[in-house]
Design a protein around this ligand. Structure first.
Ligand SMILES: [Zn+2]
Length: 351
């Protein structure tokens, strides 16, 4: 079968590889669509980061580069392994793309995203969505009912937004400021709107501001080059500031803005991945008793996230900005996202 394999920085190849084989407790899936993620771009430009470098096999998967990529994917079940009794051939599904140790429990309430050596299918090994077929453990497979397979490829990044929402402790009626309207900022905004929050987004890029407005995921889009975001947020929240802030840009000045924009006793959730240390004005944290929280990926968020889409509370279609073939992954996918990043939200690949 055809697969996109990461060899090294700036070296991704579309190659023929052996199709994965079904084992007891696993599910075989024909991949329909796979999104390209910012993490994939980081691997391409600056990696390997999550991808195990040659000579350093991942402790759980045992694999090292070259690695098949793709962790945001949907598909159709083609076979179920021995012992899998609650899924059937022909069902459309998405994969929660984790690699965790075999002894790590993934039941309700378990924080398996924090387990030792956690990695992701499509980064740490175990195949990936940028290939024609994948075989994964039953526990990572989530049926999607009649959700179209293209929009379903966005359930993985939407689950990242859902987990950030859960981490924030926010509830319906609360106000939120999201710093940065990239793919994760926009999808997080979609979750917050669906959950009944009032959403402010701070963003500089014209294209992203337009997307935040046209999709209806933001109640107020604020451009820090045009308005004093903190003053505007205070004005629109009766002088208090927002209940929660979400850092989705990995830009220090945005983090500073969020610390100023949340109300006393408010919460700031850091959603972005930082490639460098940030500075935090701790006195702001102290004097307002702000909770600054981390969030990584998701844990038991997929069922609730899928339900938001099934119930029509989140419309993912407007976030798909391109569809390409696997052979064009680098020329039309990565290159577009690297050179015209702000015009794109999610490019889907059809393997
Ligand atoms: Zn991703």
């Amino acid at each position: 079968m055809k697969a996109a394999r990461y060899y090294a920085k700036n070296d991704i190849r579309i190659e023929q590889v052996d199709a994965p084989t079904l084992r007891p407790g696993t599910v075989a899936i024909d991949v329909a669509w796979c999104g390209i993620c910012g993490t994939d771009l980081h691997e391409y430009l600056d990696g390997p980061i999550f991808i195990p470098a040659p000579g350093h096999p991942h402790p759980i998967s045992g694999e090292e580069a070259p690695i098949t990529m793709g962790h945001e994917f949907s598909g159709t079940i083609t076979a179920v392994g021995e012992g899998v009794t609650d899924l059937e051939v022909g069902q459309n599904v998405v994969v929660e793309p984790y690699i965790v140790g075999p002894d790590v429990s993934t039941g309700p309430g378990e924080s398996y995203q924090l387990s030792e050596n956690m990695n992701f299918i499509g980064l740490g090994g175990h195949g990936g969505g940028l290939s024609e077929k994948v075989v994964v453990e039953r526990r990572w497979v989530h049926p999607i009912g009649d959700i179209p397979l293209d929009v379903a490829a966005l359930i993985e990044p939407l689950s990242v937004g859902h987990h950030a929402f859960v981490r924030s402790g926010a509830k319906a009626g609360d106000t939120a400021l999201i710093g940065g309207a990239g793919p994760i900022g926009l999808l997080l905004a979609a979750v917050l709107k669906a959950e009944g929050l009032t959403v402010f987004i701070s963003e500089l890029s014209q294209a992203r501001k337009e997307k935040a407005t046209s999709t209806g995921v933001a109640d107020h889009v604020l451009d820090p080059s045009e308005v004093d975001v903190v003053a505007k947020v205070r004005e629109l929240t009766g002088g208090n500031g927002v209940d929660v802030g979400f850092e989705c840009s990995s830009v220090n000045v945005v983090l500073d803005t969020l610390l100023d924009a949340v109300r006393p006793g408010g919460v700031v959730v850091n959603v972005s991945i930082w490639g460098h240390p940030a500075t935090v004005d701790m006195q702001k944290l102290v004097l307002k008793e702000i909770d600054l929280r981390g969030t990584i990926a998701y844990a038991n968020d997929h069922p609730a996230t899928i339900k938001l889409v099934q119930d029509g509370k989140v419309d993912l279609a407007p976030f798909i900005t391109g569809k390409i073939a696997l052979d064009d992954l680098v020329s039309k996918g990565f290159d577009t996202l690297i050179n015209h990043n702000d015009t794109q939200v999610k490019i889907l690949v059809h393997p």
